[in-house]
Design a protein around this ligand. Sequence first.
Ligand code: THU
Length: 191
Amino acid sequence: MESDYIIEDTDIRRLIVKAVEARDMAYARYSQFKVGAALLAGRENSSYADEVVGRETDSRDRNVNEYRVFTGCNIENSSYGATICAERAAVCNAVSSGYKDFKAIAIVGGLNSTGINGITYPCGICRQVLSEFSADMYVIAARSEDDYDMRRLSEFLPASFGAGFIYKRKLLKRWDIDGYAHLNGILLGGA
Ligand code: THU
């Protein structure tokens, strides 16, 4: 489902600045390629107000969503396959704090010796992990605050696999076993 969220210029800049800061934390012992990510994510209203950067309100002006920025850096491992990318580190941070409504992520990277000297696009695994939570979030691959390639995640990961496939198959499986009556029950009454 397309969301009607439109990112503002100040938020793009804020995310890029935070991603650059996060990149300093990278543990890139083996590749020397340091990556930083900053994820703007929301959760439903809660009693916490720390570091909240924005709010959505409903028609009666009640807070319905709070937003925060979560950062991540790449964390390499001597068993190379165990390496975690910056984007996924940011996702783990956000989801562990209850923020699953992803709006945008900024990514910066580059070899340690040369700094952020080119655009770093998210790898395939990270695109898939991000798409679990929002297919139309903004992905900002940045060189600097005013030099970036921003697109919707759906453009970076078209025709993707998602939760819908599994739900559909589960419904079909139950339909096989129990027949029309059960399927109708699920569709009308909820699973
Ligand atoms: N890396 C990321 O953190 N994010 C990406 O999207 C691309 C790759 C990291 C993983 C590894 O530590 C280093 O960059 C070189 O692949």
